[in-house]
Design a protein around this ligand. Sequence first.
Ligand SMILES: *[C@@H]1O[C@H](CO)[C@@H](O)[C@H](O)[C@H]1NC(C)=O
Ligand SMILES: *[C@@H]1O[C@H](CO)[C@@H](O)[C@H](O)[C@H]1NC(C)=O
Ligand SMILES: *[C@@H]1O[C@H](CO)[C@@H](O)[C@H](O)[C@H]1NC(C)=O
Ligand SMILES: *[C@@H]1O[C@H](CO)[C@@H](O)[C@H](O)[C@H]1NC(C)=O
Ligand SMILES: *[C@@H]1O[C@H](CO)[C@@H](O)[C@H](O)[C@H]1NC(C)=O
Ligand SMILES: *[C@@H]1O[C@H](CO)[C@@H](O)[C@H](O)[C@H]1NC(C)=O
Length: 604
Amino acid sequence: MVLNSELSGASFVEAAFMAMNLLPLVFILQFCLVASLYHPLDPLSPNEIDRIRLIIQNSSLGNLPNLTFHFVDLEEPLKTRRTIISDRLYSGHGYPPLTFIELFRASKLPLKYPKFIESIMKRGLNSSQVSCVPFTVGWYGQNVTKRALRIACFYRGRSVNVFARPIEGISMLVDVDSMQITMYTDRLKAPLPKAEGTDFRSKKQPQSIAYNVSDSGFAVDGHRVRWANWDFHVAFDARAGITISTASIFDAQVKRFRRVLYKGHVSETFVPYMDPTNDWYFRTFMDIGEFGFGRSADTLQPQVDCPANAFYLDGYVTGADGKAQKMPHVICIFERYSGDVAWRHTEINVPGKVIRSGEPEISLVVRMVATVGNYDYVLDWEFKKSGSIKVGVDLTGILEMKATSYTNNYQITEETLTLTATATHSSKQNKRRQEYQRFKPTPREKVTGRSSGKLPKLKPRARIHLGLEPADLLITNPNKKTRLGNQVGYRLIAGQPVNSLLSDDDYPQIRNAYTKYQVWVTAYNKSERWAGGFYADRNRGEEGLAVWTRRNRAIENKDIVLWYIVGFHHIPYQEDFPVMPTLHGGFEIRPASFFESNPLLRQE
Ligand SMILES: *[C@@H]1O[C@H](CO)[C@@H](O)[C@H](O)[C@H]1NC(C)=O
Ligand SMILES: *[C@@H]1O[C@H](CO)[C@@H](O)[C@H](O)[C@H]1NC(C)=O
Ligand SMILES: *[C@@H]1O[C@H](CO)[C@@H](O)[C@H](O)[C@H]1NC(C)=O
Ligand SMILES: *[C@@H]1O[C@H](CO)[C@@H](O)[C@H](O)[C@H]1NC(C)=O
Ligand SMILES: *[C@@H]1O[C@H](CO)[C@@H](O)[C@H](O)[C@H]1NC(C)=O
Ligand SMILES: *[C@@H]1O[C@H](CO)[C@@H](O)[C@H](O)[C@H]1NC(C)=O
């Protein structure tokens, strides 16, 4: 549906709605908002979010029972007035992101469910110490007709590390629309891990440092940021989190700004746990499409999440009731004095002289943190005066742990299992390893629908090729050349190459087929933004980057989108317990004959 109003801001709004207790119908609505004083790529203001809700409620949709707002987002610009200009009823597979109200309600169901209370009592536990966490369920080949969640429960009792004390053996399925538990099994098996040693709270208090942000060398005007030779726009999106757009760099040689990046943001994350057993196989999360990085964004802690010289921005998202919800201090912007060298040289071949020169590296960072369940993602967009943009993805937080009866590695029969908690604990993390011996007689596919579960055993090797084939990944404009005749371009400097370990026919892999290549290039199309499909929850992989690419559109001398897959094989080690030291990944895009010469020497 496209609607028109005299709201400030600009652009279309795309929204996914559901009317509960009906067929789970999903609408895409596009509103056209009239351009005004604001930047056309600004996020929706709280006023605009609230106005959108009023417009919807005033339309024929307003009569639907339990109308829930799952996702409201800006589309690319176009202009009309105060009318719905198109609508589309989505009838394909997959659902929009779960709302936080749904997740919260689902998490409260077990403690009102008699069979669960009985299971807790049977284990001799106190139900007031139980925390339950909802998990998305994925799709494993069945005919999905309903939105569903699995619930896993944990025992706090003297520990704040909820994820360290899973209550194993209980499986619960929730029908999200009726908000009821529709499947419950208890196969009491593993003991509860101990609370001792699980606390991760920091004893150190951050030091308060007096610092005037106004002393920083950057200016923030609304959502526009200017720093050194850069000028760009920052927005906050419920699904993607930080969105960088219209990034331009000043070229001192030609005395004007030159465009580098139209738009950049995270498109999807895929977190497949490699345990095919009954209570674990479905943990194959799509954190962006099922939950949303923006909606999972944290209020940043000064001098922990961002340094003392940081400037903070608030974000706004649409609540399930359609009202604007403020998320304070979800983005920070700061200058980074890394202590690194931006460039240097010592020249001893000039007679009678030693010439030393160089410059320190100073960059500008735009950061957010998303906590999705147990995991915390730190996302950085770092701008360098050299023209590079580095995107950093840091992983930290708590591992998802599985309780077992093992207390020492020698008790484990499976070859690739690692016991990650200390010997005094019976908990262990269980990602990416072989299936249990005792599950072998049962065909995996029947139990869980997963076909991936085993890792090949590798022999010790003294020399290893790490996929270092010579490749310069260049994006060039054939219509524009430097004075020396080189096509102007940027190049992609990839991070560690990582490939999905799932077999191609494993259902979660079908839904996240884009993870089989590290780099993709598509012709720009404004409706192709979400690599795992717009309706990610329980979808069947019928939409998404890998599918779009099959159309084989021309990409040479076209407006293109570059997709880069940042990957981690997170095999847990003991140091990741009870909380994980940050693991870094990312990539860089860097000028490649974009400038006539080193731009660092051309700034005044
Ligand atoms: C709701 O609809 C009525 C009738 O079409 C109109 O008069 C009114 O201005 C609308 N209100 C809003 C908030 O759009
Ligand atoms: C749905 O709406 C009905 C009628 O207004 C209300 O009784 C019910 O509690 C609502 N259900 C949910 C899940 O909000
Ligand atoms: C359970 O825990 C609550 C709160 O910690 C406490 O008040 C209550 O007495 C406990 N119940 C039992 C049976 O131990
Ligand atoms: C799913 O539904 C289709 C069409 O209704 C049917 O042909 C197919 O057999 C069903 N598959 C399963 C696994 O139930
Ligand atoms: C911050 O700026 C104010 C006003 O310019 C000044 O009085 C104050 O001393 C500054 N503080 C620091 C730590 O530089
Ligand atoms: C844009 O993408 C959508 C979704 O993949 C597709 O349906 C549409 O045909 C595309 N448009 C063009 C011009 O390729």
